[in-house]
Structure formats: C-alpha cells, structure tokens
Write a protein that binds this ligand. Structure first.
Ligand code: MF3
Ligand code: CO
Length: 247
C-alpha cells in the first residue's frame, strides 16, 4: 500500500530532508585526499545528532554505520573504513536521517582531488539522470516516464543503469511502497499521484549493470570492476510539480 502524504506532512518531511542536506554540506567540506570514510561517518553522526536527528541506517537490518560510503567500483552500501581516500577516487556518501518522526534519504557522489575526465563525465551524466527523472515526476505521468528518462540518458552516454537496487517510498520509515527500478518504458507502470513521496537514486555504471555483493553481505560492486556513480534525492509529488525534499 502506498501511503500518500498531506501538504502538512510533506512540510514536516522537508525538515528531515533539510537535515540530510545539511549533513551533505559537512561531507562536502571534509572531502579531500587523506580523509577516511570512517572520519566522515563519525562527523556526520555527531552533526546529525547535534541537530536533533538520528541516523536511520545504523542498526537497519544490522547495518553498522550512520552512512554508507561507496568508493569507485562500489555501487552502494559500502562500509565506512580507515582507508584514506586518494586523489582520483569518487565516493558516494548515502545519508538517511530521522527527524520529528519523518525520514529523509539522499546520496551524493563526491570527487576526491583530481579525478579523470572519464570519472568526471560519469558523475555529470549521473546527476543529469537524476534531474531528468525528477523533471518527469509530475502528477499524471507514469513511473515508466521517469525511469525511461534516467535509463535512456545513461545508455545514450554508453553507460548502464543498475537494476538490482531499487528506489523506494519514504515516510515515517525509510522503505515504504512502492519499490522502483531505474529502467522503464514511457507510458508504463505506476501512475504518479499527488502526495506520493519516494526516492530517485540512479546508480549509473561505466560498464555492465551487473553487480555482486561482498562477503560482508552489504558492499555492492560492479561485476566488471568499473566505476559507478549515484545521486539520490527524496522527492514529493505535488499539484505544483515535484519538490526535492533533500535539497
Ligand atoms: N539509500 C539507501 C536505500 O535507500 C540507504 C539504505 S542503506 C542501508 O536503500 F544500509 F541502510 F540499508
Ligand atoms: Co534510498
């Protein structure tokens, strides 16, 4: 069942989203060669709690950290660790906060030092995929319109869109219905209604969309070892168009 949100509830969700965005500002200020993703994780948790929020990922199905930190070929759900980031890396930091009983979820891809032109292009196109998807997230459109915009932009650039990890409804809990795959056909699938709140979180790979999960049970990597980028926002569908709650 999809739980529709009222205008008032969406306004409350925007506070949780704003906290996630503020956490990302902290991350952006820390990213540089030599910093570790564990240091970033601890700074985010401290900041989030200082603002009255709490990290939803910590303890979620046993996930041990306040953030996910996914470097280079790691698509998502990487563990923060003590290995210093190096110039040329790209790192996706995924942050989920609960604030006032509502959840916000946003992942962002960061460049560490000087990255290759290929990595820079992957990041640019992936961000464009997210924004093109959001543009299509209007009342009356179908989810296939949204996901086709994402998939086709990725594929036109020679990339692939991950199928095995999904976008999802967000509300009082992190994962609500619907679950949504970032590929689709125009005019197909769920019709978008006012009050729906869900993530769009395209994971775009340089090579194959296929992935595998490490023995830790979480770390999702590209099958071919090539780079993957991700940008994620939580959005609300309203009569006046999509609102980005995690901006
Ligand atoms: N953005 C991720 C998701 O929606 C955050 C969850 S990570 C987990 O699935 F570790 F908590 F699962
Ligand atoms: Co998510």
């Amino acid at each position: 069942m999809i739980i529709l949100k009222s205008k008032e509830e969406i306004a409350e969700m925007k506070k949780a989203g704003a906290l996630v965005a503020a956490c990302h500002k902290q991350v952006a200020a820390m990213i540089k060669p030599g910093v570790t993703t564990l240091e970033i994780d601890q700074a985010v948790e401290r900041f989030m709690r200082s603002m009255g929020g709490s990290p939803v990922t910590k303890g979620y199905k046993g996930y041990p950290f306040a953030t996910c930190a996914s470097v280079n070929d790691v698509i998502a759900h990487g563990f923060p660790n003590r290995q210093p980031l190096r110039s040329g890396d790209i790192v996706k930091i995924d942050i989920v906060a609960e604030f006032g009983g509502w959840v916000g979820d946003s992942a962002w891809c960061y460049a560490v030092g000087d990255i290759s032109p290929a990595a820079r292009k992957l990041m640019r196109v992936t961000k464009e995929c997210l924004l093109r998807g959001i543009e299509k997230a209007v009342v009356g459109n179908r989810i296939g319109d949204v996901m086709h915009a994402i998939q086709s932009h990725a594929e036109q650039n020679g990339y692939s869109s991950v199928r095995d990890l999904l976008a999802h409804g967000v509300g009082r809990s992190l994962h609500e219905e619907p679950n949504l795959v970032h590929v689709g056909k125009p005019g197909r699938g769920l019709r978008l209604k006012e009050g729906m709140v869900f993530t769009l979180e395209p994971m775009i790979n340089e090579g194959t969309h296929l992935m595998y999960v490490d023995d830790d049970g979480w770390t999702a990597r590209t099958f071919d070892g090539k780079l993957s980028a991700q940008y994620e926002h939580t959005i609300a569908i309203t009569a006046n168009g999509p609102i980005i709650l995690t901006a």
